[in-house]
Design a protein around this ligand. Structure first.
Ligand code: SF4
Length: 281
């Protein structure tokens, strides 16, 4: 490399650093769409795609900086859900968008991929302090592409409002990104397949608090087989986040007396945030 090239490269790296880039992802696995095709021996290689040959763009950087494990669970190598201190992600929205695009094309669960209308990735504030995890999309979520929009979603909105939270302050997602047919409970292997995407969301958003709504969310995140009734009423930890578990809004619709338990859980949770729900606003 001559001195002019070296100076241009230095200037380029300095510009990337000013834009928030902390490292170049050359040593890491690129996202699947960045993997160049292998050239064949007998034909001239096709002209390289721009994204495969140029230095990574700023938009591409967050997805690589985010601790999104790219090792596949499709091969049966389900990664353990091991929380580690996430690195700050320069552009969380961009990182989430890239991850959601990967999810949209995912076919790891053959049955779910062939019956879903669309994937339901997650919505909310990329800088949320509080992240909600539910179970899986239902019919309304499958139709709209957003989690918690049906009757259970309306009940969740009521809980959010009564707890003096705002939905736009939160990030909301599910253990599974695809609707199980007939709203059946997710299978273990489906949860394992989709875990990588949840880990990606958690790594990008890096919440201080996580609320697991229902047994599927609680047991999969905490790697526990305990009943939701045993897991609620106290804080657990996941990485640096405090985790509270409570009943899923769908369960509350079938079993309204449990609403008082969820309200107790929310009072306990909000107290940790410095809000006493026993006091009038
Ligand atoms: S549930 Fe998750 S892992 Fe399974 S097909 Fe949908 S996005 Fe992929």
């Amino acid at each position: 490399m001559d001195s002019v090239d070296r100076r241009v490269l230095t200037q380029h790296l300095e510009a990337l650093a000013r834009a928030g880039l902390t490292h170049l992802p050359v040593a890491k696995l690129p996202p699947p769409e960045f993997v160049p095709a292998k050239p064949t021996a007998v034909t001239a290689p096709p002209p390289p795609k721009a994204v495969a040959t140029v230095a990574p763009t700023i938009a591409a950087v967050p997805a690589v900086e985010a601790p999104i494990p790219l090792s596949g669970t499709a091969s049966g190598m389900a990664p353990a859900i091991t929380p580690s201190a996430p690195k700050p992600v320069a552009d969380r929205s961009a990182a989430l968008k890239i991850l959601s695009q990967q999810v949209a094309g995912c076919t790891r669960c053959e049955v779910l991929a062939s019956t879903r209308s669309q994937t339901v990735f997650g919505v909310g504030n990329p800088h949320a302090r509080i992240l909600f995890i539910g179970e899986a999309p239902g019919a309304d979520e499958d139709a709209t592409g957003e989690p918690f929009v049906g009757r259970a979603g309306q009940l969740l909105n009521d809980i959010i409002k009564a707890s003096r939270l705002k939905r736009e302050e939160l990030y909301i997602c599910n253990i599974l990104k695809c609707r199980p047919p007939g709203n059946r409970t997710p299978e273990k292997d489906e949860c394992a397949n989709c875990e990588e995407y949840l880990l990606g969301q958690l790594g990008i958003i890096d919440p201080e608090y996580i609320i697991c709504w229902g047994a599927v969310a609680a047991q999969n995140l905490l790697k526990s087989t305990a009943a939701i009734g045993k897991l609620r009423g106290k804080f657990h930890t996941w990485g640096r986040a405090k985790v509270m578990c409570t009943y899923h809004p769908s369960y509350l619709m079938r079993n309204p007396p449990a609403k008082k338990d969820v309200w107790e859980d929310m009072k306990f949770f909000m107290k940790d945030l410095g809000v006493d729900l026993n006091l009038k606003e």
